[in-house]
Design a protein around this ligand. Structure first.
Ligand code: NDP
Length: 339
């Protein structure tokens, strides 16, 4: 029998790719949206990439109980992706922490019914890499956790860490009959399926539009969205035991590496993309006025080395390199008329 998978936040950049991945693999997909008026736009996008006859929608908000029980009717598995992902950090961390943590409780609460055997939660490297001592040299692995009270931890990093901890605690209570895992992606690049793109694309858009005079000396793991979608499907189907934590990233990249990949892949179309790094003192001056720059100051000069050989082996994955994923995102944004 065809299995039905609920994708929370199906209007999101990554979730739409997950929906295509699952529809192509023969699943039925139900997607939650905060407002059903968004459903037809999502359907129109997905129809261009997969057979959307096996797609339906349910309305539910992470901040309210309504709708989650109905959304879960007849569902065999869940991909829980919905969570706010902004580029700039809010002054009140609860704007991110509340939907992330309360939303996890609501989704897991509704999923605790006999039919739902599996749940994959979309966490992040933000739940792994942040708040550690600057002098740390060992590469980060799936065994590491963000130290939420550590130096320079952002509201977003806090939200992802606390939400994953909450998910793991509920799954542990549920016992082994409820199969749980997390996918922890790096910063996601790769093609956008439509013009409703999230914060990942905002960064590349601003680079293409020439909004940055240079790149801050920052580094983070990166990954292609097509690999993130595949990892979600593999985590849903895996014969690995419950509790898996999959660090999904191709390589650590400095922001200047992303800029260089865009210039190399796009030529003239990337002429406004910066080709130099900014001195730290300039970023600190900009940070006095710009909240997006402010949250990057504690990360200046850090190099996000990681070792995800465990994930590569457990899920049998290899990753699309930055040299393909960054230009692929840029080309899609140009084709969509966003630049
Ligand atoms: P998007 O901003 O594109 O998608 C976020 C989704 O969450 C949207 O569908 C949004 O709905 C939904 N959402 C936000 N707040 C609520 C709420 N209160 N109730 C219901 N739905 C809500 O982001 P991404 O696709 O990039 O991110 C998806 C997931 O992946 C998130 O969990 C994010 O933390 C994680 N992630 C993202 C990375 C990246 O680089 N992009 C890296 C690592 C992890 P609406 O359309 O209505 O706003």
């Amino acid at each position: 029998m065809t299995k039905t998978v609920l994708i929370t936040g199906i209007s999101g950049f990554i979730a739409k790719h997950c929906a295509v991945e699952l529809l192509e693999a023969g699943y039925r997909v139900r997607g939650t949206v905060r407002d059903l008026s968004k459903a037809e736009t999502v359907r129109a996008t997905l129809t261009a990439y997969a057979d959307a006859d096996r797609l339906d929608f349910a309305e539910a908000d992470l901040l309210a109980d309504d709708g989650w029980g109905a959304a879960m009717q007849g569902v065999d598995g869940v991909l829980h992706l919905a969570s706010p992902f902004p580029l700039a950090q809010p002054s009140d961390p609860d704007k991110l922490v509340r939907p992330a943590v309360e939303g996890t409780r609501r989704v897991f609460g509704a999923a605790r019914r006999p039919s739902v055997g599996r749940l994959v939660q979309t966490s992040s490297v933000a739940a792994i890499l942040a708040g550690h001592p600057r002098e740390r040299e060992a590469p980060y692995t799936e065994a590491d956790w963000t130290i939420v009270d550590g130096p320079g931890v952002t509201a977003y990093e806090r939200s992802k860490t606390l939400a994953e901890r909450e998910g793991r605690a509920i799954a542990a209570e549920a016992g082994p009959s409820f199969h749980y895992s997390t996918v922890n992606p790096g910063f996601v690049l790769g093609p956008a399926l439509d013009a409703d793109v999230g914060a990942s694309a905002d960064l590349v858009l601003m680079m293409l539009r020439g909004k940055y005079p240079g790149m801050p000396r920052m580094s983070f793991p990166v990954v292609d969205v097509r690999d993130v979608a595949k990892a979600h499907r593999l985590a849903l189907e895996t014969s690995q035991p419950s509790g898996g934590r999959y660090l999904v990233a191709s390589e650590p990249a400095r922001m200047i590496d992303i800029a260089r990949a865009l210039r190399a892949g796009l030529g003239q179309e990337a002429r406004k993309v910066p080709n130099r790094e900014l001195p730290d003192f300039l970023v600190k001056i900009v940070a006095l006025f710009d909240p997006a720059a402010r949250s990057s100051v504690p990360k200046l000069g850090l190099h996000a080395r990681f070792d995800n050989s465990q994930t590569r082996e457990a899920l049998g994955m290899d990753f699309i390199p930055l040299s393909e994923s960054a230009p692929a995102m840029a080309r899609s944004l140009i084709a969509l008329g966003r630049v």
